[in-house]
Design a protein around this ligand. Structure first.
Ligand code: RIB
Length: 280
């Protein structure tokens, strides 16, 4: 089944330091290894969905700087439509990420251009499916959803207040366990996916558990972006018409594979890699 996907969200350049253990508050950890890789939840979802075969456009705002060029590398290489990406006179979003030897991370984001995104930057949206997250201003998402008639997936991350209207409009809400506790999602109408880290994921519909999938056994290098890839994969699989159980297993495979390499987009698997992994 063919469908068009709009990703509305952030673009960052991820400045990554790999260290043995994450620093505690006030602690300095030395001896790290540095990488600068494209990231941002919106861009990560767009690249992940495109690699899984979806015709994907990204609606986002970047700065007019060298960071932007680096942040766009994978989006361009993978063929994500970028006509709706606008430029403002603020630095491109930057994420400062520390990754430990066991793959855990800490992230601090300087939102820059993402925070300067306004409803005036929005194009007319006429895709079949829209997926968004909360790394851009909430009024932009509210404006985008006004009159939008397609399927809406919301990865409600990072945790953000006053998003009830958006969550109510969403056909699919995706959260991790911690995020699930921060919103009132009990008995919500529509689909709700909850990721459980190493324990896999659950899919709920109208308050009833409809699918559960285990996390694949993989050697974890970096968990950053696994949630973005999971969200992209679940949305793509459901839009393709896969059953809820198959879609959840597919999304868990994609999320798991994303943890086996450093970075977010750089770690996002192709459709062929996922199919080969699931056949094994
Ligand atoms: O979800 C991972 C993303 O969060 C990183 O790519 C970083 O840019 C932050 O936005």
């Amino acid at each position: 089944m063919s469908f068009g996907l709009t990703v509305l969200g952030s673009v960052n350049l991820d400045l990554i330091v790999q260290v043995a253990g994450l620093p505690r508050a006030g602690e300095t950890v030395t001896g790290g290894t540095y990488s600068a890789l494209p990231g941002g939840k919106g861009a990560n979802v767009a690249v992940a969905a495109r690699r899984l075969g979806a015709e994907t456009e990204l609606v986002a705002v970047l700065g007019d700087d060298d960071y932007a060029a680096q942040a766009l590398v994978n989006l361009k290489a993978d063929g994500v439509y970028l006509d709706a990406v606008k430029t403002v006179d603020v630095h491109t979003g930057l994420a400062f990420i520390t990754v430990s030897a066991d793959g855990e991370n800490q992230i601090a984001v300087a939102s820059g251009a993402n925070a300067a995104f306004t409803p005036q930057h929005l194009p007319k949206l006429c895709s079949d499916v829209l997926i968004t997250q909360f790394e851009i201003p909430i009024p932009v998402i509210e404006a985008a959803l006004e009159g939008y008639t397609g399927f809406v997936a919301v990865n409600a991350s990072p945790v953000t207040p006053k998003v009830d209207t958006i969550l109510a409009r969403a056909d699919l809400v995706i959260v991790n366990q911690g995020e699930a506790e921060s919103y009132d999602l009990s008995g919500r109408a529509g689909l709700l996916a909850i990721t459980l880290g190493g324990s896999g994921a659950e899919l709920w519909k109208d308050g009833e558990l409809v699918a559960r999938a285990a996390a694949p056994k993989v050697d974890v290098i970096d968990t950053t972006g696994a949630g973005d890839a999971f969200a992209a994969a679940l949305t793509v699989a459901l839009a393709e018409g896969q059953s809820k159980q198959d879609a959840l297993e597919f999304a868990c495979a994609v999320g798991g594979l994303t943890t086996t390499r450093l970075g977010t987009q750089t770690a996002s698997p192709t459709r062929a890699e996922v199919d080969a992994f699931l056949e094994r």
